[in-house]
Write a protein that binds this ligand. Structure first.
Ligand SMILES: [Zn+2]
Length: 107
């Protein structure tokens, strides 16, 4: 792991600490049943660490459209979204992906 990647990993841990535990959400997020299955909505309403990257990214691009525009939900998943982006390189520009040591050609 590069020095830059270690700094990013430390920053992500601080973000997790700042946002607090993301495991006890009891308010389900609602969305269009044509765009999201019940299982996907249940996953999006549960512990953030268990939400798949694909489901999370789909939900982010649907937020306020076919997914309920709940600010609480957006706040709920934000640390998970940042971690997903930084660790997988998904949704990042090439410079940021290089900073975390991700080969963007693997996406
Ligand atoms: Zn739909």
């Amino acid at each position: 792991m590069t020095a830059e990647a270690l700094k990013i990993a430390a920053a992500l841990n601080e973000i997790d600490r700042a946002f607090g535990p993301r495991t006890g959400r009891t308010v389900p997020v609602d969305g269009c049943r044509h765009c999201f299955t019940e299982d996907e909505l249940a996953e999006l309403s549960g512990p953030v660490a268990r939400i798949s990257d694909g489901n999370l990214h789909h939900a982010m691009f649907s937020w306020g459209g076919t997914l309920d525009e709940s600010v609480d939900w957006l706040r709920w998943v934000t640390p998970g979204l940042l971690r997903s982006m930084m660790e997988s390189g998904a949704l990042l520009d090439d410079c940021a992906a290089l900073a975390v040591g991700t080969d963007s050609t693997q996406q």
